[in-house]
Design a binder for this molecule. Structure first.
Ligand SMILES: Cc1ncc(COP(=O)(O)O)c(C=O)c1O
Length: 369
């Protein structure tokens, strides 16, 4: 039997777990587990470990301008669970949740799971289109709007300051809640990032969702929900029903890494590495004669992926199938929505690949185009 050809994956924007401070996390986990075992490792608080809530709350307030308090903040097992809990706390079956489209379909699944009717709102070079949302609002009541304003998923654009303000004022006027999914806040390259919308609103109309999936690795399941007390109470009830509580030792270990600055140091290092990888991929794509004609893209100011738009008439799904035959896996943009914008593009996550791997990706993309 011959050697199996190796397969490269152009993921949708995962970090490089090889860079994460996992040794430090493992040591902190061991310490936390032994300490907690002396206390009996019994059932704990459904809101999550109290020490992590304390440390995370002051971190989010300081670094992102939030006004969270440790009491109501809920630790979860990542954004996916948080989206479900936020949906359950907010939405009654049959109520409408407006979602960016193209968008992050795992969030759509979570909202559908709690009985929401989804209403797609289109996206352009400034993010969620406010005029399109206004048309939806004119048709009837909307309970919540789900958005990824820092880097829109999948197109990577940042929601402009004017649209953020417009969205917040529409929320106040129409009484809907903004579900702000801020999965990659740490990754900005050009300048300081815009603060989350949740920082300007004092949690009146915004619920804020984040996780460690992009900072450390998706396999480390720690996320959080910051919202007003009323909503959080309902989210905690839902959490206790599906998953009683999180894992105290992991949560305590994360608290230690956050408190002694290890996570922040890692974020600074990872930011430099990923910016270099973004620039490497951009320069290789621009230098490739064939791909240069096939693809267009804007260089995102942060995040972990490029959104590549194929030239008119190119069948991206067929391209993805041909690439898979040559050993390169990528998900065509049609997975993120039904509109032309989705079908003509695909996400190229660069962060988890080293420069030589990115070179191989570009070669395979070119060969299968
Ligand atoms: C928009 C968005 N939200 C959330 C997440 C992270 O999800 P989780 O925390 O469940 O791993 C991702 C990861 O790809 C994402 O792209």
């Amino acid at each position: 039997m011959g050697a199996r050809p190796s397969v490269l994956t152009l993921n949708d924007g995962s970090p490089d777990a090889r860079l994460a401070p996992l040794e430090a996390l493992a040591r902190a986990y061991r310490r936390a587990l032994l300490r907690l075992s002396r206390e009996g490792l019994g059932y704990g608080d459904a809101r999550g470990d109290g020490v992590l809530r304390e440390v995370l709350s002051s971190f989010l307030n300081q670094a992102r301008g939030l006004s969270s308090r440790p009491e109501p903040l809920v630790i979860t097992r990542g954004s996916q669970m948080t989206l479900l809990l936020a949906g359950k706390a907010l939405v009654r079956p049959g109520e409408v949740v407006a979602v960016e489209s193209p968008g992050y379909t795992p969030a759509w699944d979570a909202f559908r799971f709690v009985g929401a009717e989804l209403c797609p709102v289109s996206v352009d070079h400034e993010g969620l289109r406010i005029d399109a949302l206004e048309r939806v609002l004119a048709r009837g009541r909307v309970r919540a709007v789900y958005t990824t304003p820092h880097h829109q998923y999948p197109t990577t654009v940042s929601l402009s300051a004017a649209r953020r303000l417009a969205l917040l004022s529409l929320a106040a006027e129409h009484g809907f809640t903004i579900i702000e999914d801020d999965s990659d806040y740490e990754y900005y390259y050009a300048s300081r990032p815009l603060l989350p919308m949740a920082s300007t609103d004092e949690l009146r109309s915004v619920v804020y969702i984040g996780s460690l999936s992009k900072l450390l690795a998706p396999g480390i399941r720690v996320g959080y929900l910051v919202a007003n007390e009323q909503l959080l109470e309902k989210a905690v009830e839902a959490r206790a029903t599906v998953d009683r509580q999180g894992e105290p030792a992991l949560e305590r270990a994360v608290a230690e890494l956050l408190e002694d600055g290890e996570l922040q140091r890692h974020a600074r290092k990872a930011r430099r590495v990923y910016e270099g990888r973004r620039d490497h991929l951009v320069s290789r794509l621009r230098a490739h004669r064939h791909l240069r004609e096939m693809l267009e893209f804007d260089v995102p100011s942060g995040g972990l992926a490029l959104w590549l738009r194929a030239r008119e008439g190119v069948d991206v799904e067929a391209w993805s199938r041909r690439a898979a035959e040559k050993g390169l896996l990528f998900v065509p943009g049609s997975a993120h929505g039904a509109e032309r914008l989705a079908r003509q593009g695909f996400r190229a996550g660069y962060a988890a690949l080293e420069p030589r791997e990115l070179d191989a990706v570009v070669t395979l993309l070119g060969k299968s185009a």
